[in-house]
Design a protein around this ligand. Structure first.
Ligand SMILES: O=C(O)[C@H](O)C(=O)CO
Ligand SMILES: [Mg+2]
Length: 258
């Protein structure tokens, strides 16, 4: 049975971020993920996890200058020092929060730029991270983002990300399989799961097309959860969706998994 993690960046937004840990625990979650921890001291977040008996299972490297259109810097040629700084900071937080997975954001490739150079820059920076994280047993996750969410992101297809994982060739680097993006770009989710089996180490879910609770839209998540059980997937499933209304009003789908 899948282990579900509440995504505190998108769920429980009825309350301030630091109150969402308690809200998620009260709703029956034992695991949490969120995009970025960096606005808060490590010990504040660690206390929130401990006080609510929660395990942190994922967060991202920093986004860069979002106002300027950045969404990760690790693929941007010339920004290697910023990438390594972000990776080092992510390692500090992962160790402090006992978090087993870090998603390294690649970045946007502006039209007309040299895609191959961005790709190689990302490969080199992820190898830097993989070698630093390896001794601590922390996994690195790489994610494809659908163009309607993040136009010109380095990878849109799960197959592009799978190729990166193979090229990077490190034992602790895996695909972050977000079924919302996978359905929007690749489809064929059952066979895709078979193709990625052994190469993905985190899953995220949301309905398509609305990115709401996994109990609506075109993906049959009951089937996906059974598929994950069938292949013996032992990672977490991040609930990275925008609730239709009040978060707790939309948790009927979660009841059988508490
Ligand atoms: O947007 C997503 O699906 C990613 O998981 C993320 O955290 C940043 O893009
Ligand atoms: Mg995602």
């Amino acid at each position: 049975m899948p282990k579900f993690a509440a995504n505190l960046s998108m769920m429980f937004t009825e309350v301030p971020f630091l109150a969402r840990f308690e809200a998620a625990a009260k709703a029956g979650f034992k695991y949490v993920e969120y995009l970025f921890p960096y606005d808060y001291p490590k010990d504040v977040l660690k206390t929130k996890l401990q006080d609510n008996d929660l395990q942190q299972v994922l967060f991202n490297t920093a986004a860069g200058d979002v106002q300027a259109g950045e969404w990760g810097v690790s693929a941007i040629p010339g920004r290697e020092a910023d990438s390594h700084r972000d990776i080092d900071l992510a390692l500090e937080y992962a160790l402090a929060l006992n978090c087993p997975n870090v998603h390294i954001m690649s970045g946007v490739v502006p039209p007309g730029e040299n895609y191959a150079k961005y790709k190689q820059t990302f490969i080199d920076n992820v190898r830097y991270a993989a070698d630093k994280f390896q001794p601590h047993g922390i996994k690195i996750l790489l994610e494809a983002l659908s163009p309607q969410v993040k136009p010109n992101y380095l990878t849109a297809s799960q197959f592009q990300t799978l190729e990166l994982v193979d090229l990077i060739d490190r034992d602790n680097v895996f695909v972050q399989l977000d079924y919302f993006h996978a359905q929007n770009v690749d489809g064929n989710l059952t066979r895709l799961t078979d193709t990625l089996n052994g190469k993905f180490a985190h899953v995220q879910i949301a309905s398509v097309p609305e990115r709401h609770e996994p109990d609506e839209g075109e993906i049959n998540y009951r089937h996906i959860f059974d598929k994950l059980d069938e292949i013996g997937y032992e990672g977490w499933v991040g609930c990275e969706y925008n609730p239709r209304g009040k978060t707790t009003d939309g948790l009927g789908w979660f009841k059988p998994y508490k």
